[in-house]
Design a protein around this ligand. Structure first.
Ligand code: UDX
Length: 430
């Protein structure tokens, strides 16, 4: 099948490559010339394991092409996936300007029937509005359908998640459109939830909100664990083996970040407020998360006494491992807090380059974790990159000014670290 994908962000790029891999003929378009040039040159402009190999393969066998010419893309393809961004606007609601612009462009450029599949995360009712916007922009009243098909992939495992989805959600008011979308994904064997566009839109927000709820719940329990002298990692295991609860997303730490959870939770809170249905549990989820990094900072303050003239190493910048995405990354809340206290900061991250973010501050990035830690008063581990399991903790312990180790992801073995001579603290784990 010939398919157009509009928006070459994480979701659109991954989807394009997966569709090409499933045997479809894909055109990926974006208004950002730089992104398109990068992709044409077989280069992924973000870090995501496995995707660059697919890009190479499908550019070589011509099953994928990239362009900035959105209008030609619309004219040449009957099936159009919309994967444009819906960033957070100032009032917490998603900014739909790219969705509106895309709907207008589709309406203006269409030359026959179009199946418009909305992958972008959009508030309930947006698919209906897209129909209206397309209709209003049409020069000739060609038929079209708008179908909601939210995306659930995670950064860092985007390819795996796309090839092995837990479910596919399709919200459609038209049976033929539903069948057409199903046929596109026919080789991905998983349950399909067929529903209305409004329900499909809400499923996406509720999924992310529920996952965030699990995290914030465990982050709160972690504080109780610290106070009772119990181990939150063991609690997570003991609780998570109950199939009704499930073992995922129970890892306590310095909180969730990323381009989705913080934004989507704000958006659902906004929807609740608009509907006059206060979502008090979700509000607490957000409150807990916003405070969580400070909990670790307070632990550190208790030990160091004051941060004046201190030097601290921060390990990990990205919001999670296997990505270079730093949006809403807890590491940056910690860095900003430390900078506000005049701390000298040494950084290490296996992938992310700090130069992009700071200049004129007492902050320096090092090539190795060992170099970053030397002479510091504390190490704060912010991202659970597997890389940090393999660093030379023994040598780090000996070269630090005072070997204090704050593990914001509970990823290291506290006994091993204590045996090496560290003062070790996690979150609900020591
Ligand atoms: C999330 C959803 O998982 C995905 O389905 C959706 O499509 C987009 O949003 P993503 O933001 O890529 O994906 O990352 P995810 O793996 O969900 O992690 C989000 C944040 O939660 C990270 O900062 C991670 O460190 C944190 N987290 C995750 C925890 O603190 N504890 C956990 O147990 C799990």
């Amino acid at each position: 099948m010939k398919v157009l994908v509009i928006g070459m962000g994480y979701v659109g790029t991954t989807l394009s490559l997966v569709l090409a891999n499933e045997g479809h003929q894909v055109t990926g378009v974006d208004i950002d010339k730089q992104k398109i040039e990068c992709l044409k040159n077989k280069h992924l402009y973000f870090y995501e394991p496995g995707l660059e190999q697919l890009l190479d393969k499908h550019l070589d066998n011509h099953s994928i092409s990239f362009s900035t010419d959105v209008q030609t893309g619309i004219r040449d393809n009957e099936v159009i996936f919309v994967c444009v961004g819906t960033p957070q606007s100032e009032d917490g609601s998603p900014d739909l300007r790219y969705i509106t612009a895309t709907a207008n462009e589709i309406g203006q450029s269409m030359n026959g029937y179009k199946l418009i599949i909305i992958k972008s995360t959009v508030p309930v009712g947006t698919n209906e509005m897209v129909s209206q916007w397309v209709e209003e922009a049409q020069v000739t009243p060609y038929p079209f359908d708008v179908v909601s098909n939210p995306e659930f992939l995670r950064e860092g495992s985007a390819l795996y998640d796309s090839l092995h989805p837990d479910r596919i959600v399709i919200g459609s008011t038209n049976e033929n459109a539903l069948q057409l979308v199903k046929s596109i994904f026919k080789d991905l064997h998983c349950p399909i939830v067929e529903t209305t566009p409004r329900t499909a839109e809400l499923i996406k927000y509720v999924s992310n909100s529920f996952l965030a709820t699990k995290i914030s719940f465990m982050n709160e329990i972690a504080k109780l664990c610290d106070s009772l002298g119990t181990n939150v990692n063991d609690i997570a295991r003991g609780v998570g083996l109950d199939h009704r609860i499930g073992s995922h997303f129970l890892e306590a730490g310095i909180g969730y970040g990323g381009s989705c959870f913080p934004k989507d939770i704000k958006a659902l809170l906004k929807t609740g407020a608009e509907q006059k249905v206060p979502l008090s549990i979700l509000q607490s989820v957000e409150n807990v998360n916003e405070q969580q990094y400070m909990y670790l900072m307070e632990k550190m303050l208790n030990r160091l006494g004051s941060l004046t003239n201190k030097s601290i190493a921060v390990f990990g910048l990205s919001f999670k491992p296997n990505t270079d995405d730093v949006r809403e990354a807890p590491a940056f809340f910690i860095i900003n807090y430390l900078l506000s206290k005049g701390v000298k900061i040494n950084i290490h991250d296996p992938i992310v380059q700090l130069e992009r973010f700071y200049s004129g501050y007492d902050i320096e990035q090092f090539d190795t974790a060992e170099l970053a830690a030397a002479g510091t008063d504390a190490v704060i581990l912010c991202t659970d990159w597997p890389h940090y399991m393999g660093v030379d903790w023994k040598s780090i312990q000996t070269t630090m000014n005072t070997p204090n180790l704050y593990d914001g992801r509970n990823m290291l073995n506290s006994k091993q670290m204590t045996d090496l001579g560290f003062y070790y603290e996690g979150v609900g784990y020591k």
